[in-house]
Design a protein around this ligand. Structure first.
Ligand code: SF4
Ligand code: SF4
Length: 358
């Protein structure tokens, strides 16, 4: 992201870290770029300001204010006046309360900006690309169908094409990185592991009624029910074992243990699963903690045998034991479209063709 910064650029990071924590949190490559470009660095905890102003996680007004304050594209006072006018126009129909919340967010933004020193020593930091990638390399990947033999190596595609594109470095790719015809392999979103959630749900399995509604509604297939034999459970991480219960529902389910598992790297923190849970079994907690506690559990869960064939997929509960072929979508958090398409892939599997999905 910082590779293309211009000299003396202004860089603002929306984060929950304080100045001291930046040293640990920012990758060496980023710190080196900032120092080499003599960038002016600012941080702001826009999410905290938004929550305080009653805006939930909506940080757009706050970041717009920050942009006008620091970019100097026009006189700041003039920009803020126009911003407030546009808030009244945009949200006036939603009532004075919504207008006030947004204006409060704008007013609180400037006080939240913190300027950070960029130590000159960062310019000589050694950059170990392998080490910076190590975090994601421990993640386990599920197997799925591949459409075309010539582009079937999804992990290679993810490393050579997808990753540079996600790092805003797609322009550096040669034409030869692509397959003639422009086809790309399926199932590459599993390699992204974006880690964009601020809060991630945790399931209280003592409350869970095993309805699978959380999995049904998740737009990103980041929370799923898993079935395992007692023998398989014996090899699970300790906290996975603790959170597993005998599967309920009768029939073939009597043979298995059950657990709801969240993928903390893939969850977007949209909260839909928390809201739909009829048993109030899901609660949100800090994503960093969830990654530490749940990453190994998710890796264990996705490597379990697929038991979809044993279960009737025409019920809400049964459909969620089927493998979703639209998973970890990059749609906006809480997307209302992807749960439907995901469900179709669970019902029709790799016989489903989606054309012009707009
Ligand atoms: S918070 Fe949203 S993305 Fe995360 S598991 Fe729940 S429904 Fe899925
Ligand atoms: S929605 Fe709640 S009760 Fe139902 S499976 Fe998910 S966590 Fe359990």
């Amino acid at each position: 992201m910082t590779r293309y910064l211009k000299q003396n650029a202004v860089c603002v990071i929306n984060c929950s870290w304080d100045v001291k924590e930046l040293e640990q949190q920012l990758p060496a490559k980023m710190r080196r770029d900032l120092a080499e470009k003599k960038a002016k660095l600012f941080i702001i905890d826009a999410t905290k300001i938004a929550v305080k102003a009653g805006l939930g996680k909506r940080i757009n007004m706050i970041m717009q204010t920050v942009f006008f304050k620091l970019s100097a594209v026009m006189p700041y006072e003039e920009a803020v006046e126009m911003l407030k006018k546009s808030i009244k126009k945009m949200y006036g129909k939603k009532g004075d309360k919504v207008v006030k919340m947004n204006i409060d967010g704008v007013d609180a933004s400037i006080a939240g900006i913190v300027e950070c020193e960029v130590p000159a020593a960062w310019a000589s930091l050694a950059v170990d690309t392998e080490a910076s990638d190590a975090k994601t390399s421990t993640v386990a990947y599920a197997k799925g169908p591949r459409m075309f033999p010539e582009v079937q190596n999804a992990s290679q595609f993810a490393a050579q094409v997808q990753k540079p594109c996600n790092n805003l470095d797609g322009n550096s790719l040669p034409v030869s990185a692509f397959v003639p015809g422009g086809r790309v392999p399926c199932g590459t979103s599993q390699y992204e592991k974006r880690g964009i959630a601020i809060q991630v749900p945790k399931v209280g399995m003592d409350k869970c009624t095993q309805c699978n509604k959380c999995s049904l509604i998740c737009p990103h297939a980041a929370v799923r029910p898993f079935l395992m034999t007692s023998q398989e459970l014996g090899k699970a991480p300790a906290s996975f074992k603790e959170g597993s219960r005998s599967a309920i529902g009768g029939g073939v389910l009597d043979n298995y243990q059950y657990r709801i598992q969240v993928s903390p790297w893939d969850c977007t923190g949209c909260e839909l699963c928390v809201r739909i849970c009829p048993a109030d079994a899901l609660t949100l907690g800090p994503a960093e903690k969830a990654i530490q506690e749940e990453e190994a559990n998710w890796n264990f869960a996705v490597a379990l045998p697929d038991r979809g064939d044993e279960i009737d997929k025409t019920t809400v509960k049964g459909s969620q034991f089927q493998k979703p072929y639209l998973e970890f979508s990059g749609a906006c958090e809480g997307c209302g479209e992807t749960p439907h398409v995901k469900l179709m892939t669970q019902l029709f599997g790799d016989r489903l063709v989606i054309a012009n999905a707009t």
